[in-house]
Design a binder for this molecule. Sequence first.
Ligand SMILES: CCCC/C=C\CC(=O)SCCNC(=O)CCNC(=O)[C@H](O)C(C)(C)COP(=O)(O)OP(=O)(O)OC[C@H]1O[C@@H](n2cnc3c(N)ncnc32)[C@H](O)[C@@H]1OP(=O)(O)O
Length: 286
Amino acid sequence: MLRRYISYTTNKFTNCRHVSQSMLQSTVDEKSGIATVTMNKPPVNSLNLEFLEEIITLLNKLQKDKVRGMILTSGLQKVFCAGLDIKELYKPNPDRLTKFWTTLQDTWLSLYTTSFPTVSVINGHSPAGGCMLAMSCDYRVMVGQNYRIGFNEAKLGIFAPKWFQNTIIAVIGQRKAEVSLTTGKMYTTDEALQIGLVDETCADADSALKKGTHFLNNFQNISPWAYKMTKDINRQSTIQWLIDNKQKDVDFTVEYMQSPGVQKNLELYLQSLKSLPPLKLISEIN
Ligand SMILES: CCCC/C=C\CC(=O)SCCNC(=O)CCNC(=O)[C@H](O)C(C)(C)COP(=O)(O)OP(=O)(O)OC[C@H]1O[C@@H](n2cnc3c(N)ncnc32)[C@H](O)[C@@H]1OP(=O)(O)O
């Protein structure tokens, strides 16, 4: 297992403060107060229990440090985030699955309710839970034309829980969310822009980071209190639903995930992941 380390350093040449954990790097620009958080968990930034715990820890730290905004992106070549780690769902240990699902709920609550504005720069494929990470931010910029984004859960024979679905509905509306979720369609960059899954697109990652920063600069003259109150009121019903139903959601997920039918579907999906040529899976199965 990789040795885990956390270091905080200030680079006097760039005026950036670096926070580095084994799977996440964070750089805070001292002048603007904007943090850039880079996911770096090869091969595909899949969300397992330990990675989710790191995300929560970092979000708490950024909150404590009173950053003025955050850009979430990937350090990998062609994947933003491949979604939930399927190994957490396939043949699960019930205790670990319970912890995993609770931590996923907490990660979503932390990200969806940050006191600072957030942007995801989607510089690679972003299926299911990966798309969810992006949707939980306030703004999305997608890079290039080679990647796919969407909610392909149905293709795995599983479904997104209510709080996942409500988050998507808040971004693209009820009708488009229903079509998107039931068909499991993965969208090209242009299609994603068209249905509102992303707010902007651009050719390369550097321009996307600039667009993200430009969005965050909108908040320079907005009171952080007014920002947070507005966001809380806007997102309140979905957040409150999960807070009120956390245990029920865990119990239901842990039970249905272990059912033979769901496990068979996941097995078949894992086989197809191995047998299809690299990078073809997401586009071929549409
Ligand atoms: C209760 C239900 C809740 C519902 C909510 C969310 C559900 C999810 O998020 S489920 C996950 C959905 N994700 C996917 O379907 C993504 C599947 N992956 C791919 O399509 C491709 O891997 C991807 C396009 C992301 C990247 O392609 P490549 O760069 O060509 O990489 P490989 O396909 O060769 O993959 C490398 C390596 O990673 C493993 N992998 C990929 N995705 C996942 C994942 N989500 N979880 C765990 N592992 C994953 C893949 O099997 C390869 O492993 P090895 O063969 O051992 O190298």
